[in-house]
Design a protein around this ligand. Sequence first.
Ligand code: ZN
Length: 245
Amino acid sequence: MTNFLIGILILLNTSQIRNQEYLDFWIIWNVGQGQWISHILSDRCLHYDSGGEFFSFPPLKKRVIPLCRSRQNQLFLSHWDLDHINFIPSLIKLLPRLCWQAQPPPLKMTQLITQVKNLKIPFCVDSYKTFQTWNSSLGKTANDRSWVYQDRQVLIPGDSTSPQEKLWSKQMTGLNQIQILILGHHGSQSSTNQALLSALPKLKLAIASAREARYRHPHAKVMKRLQKNKTPVLKTEDWGSIWIF
Ligand SMILES: [Zn+2]
């Protein structure tokens, strides 16, 4: 992915996608404040979280479901907050071949978490090898305990917070290959610190899955840090769902 192209949903030609034999592209869905990221590959579709304020399902049904329905769909959760899991009941209806990585449920079960747990989604047996994860079970809050995913050159920190970020930015190997950073905690000022940016020498782009108009994310301080780092930022709030090829 040395040269990547960013397209907006409306520009995509579905028939072209269907005819490709080799598939490897990403969609950062516009879900308002939340996170749902799909990585579409030839043999599987990976989904990192599936939640947010709103989602328009027709584009998914028209363009992605025909591709992913016949493939195995693997779901990776960062943590169990509403804005990361509330689409899962809808997702499982659209993608029956959905499995997920084992994730310990939180101590405090809300109605939605119980509902998601009751969906009885099977665990994936065929794990996806070309990525690494990091998780702290010692963190105090759900955000602290966010799982962090590196999938090839893309880094997805969930809602990981500063103290954790300082740990994993030292402990995760391979961060020096990251080209795209999904801003941690939707661009909150408590994430994306200089220690992390220094660990990402090849970073070319940051993406905010957030809504500034309501939540002030990405935070002005984070935007400044990124500007200083010469990293451009795309926001789903401005561009809609962002496709990366
Ligand atoms: Zn969140």
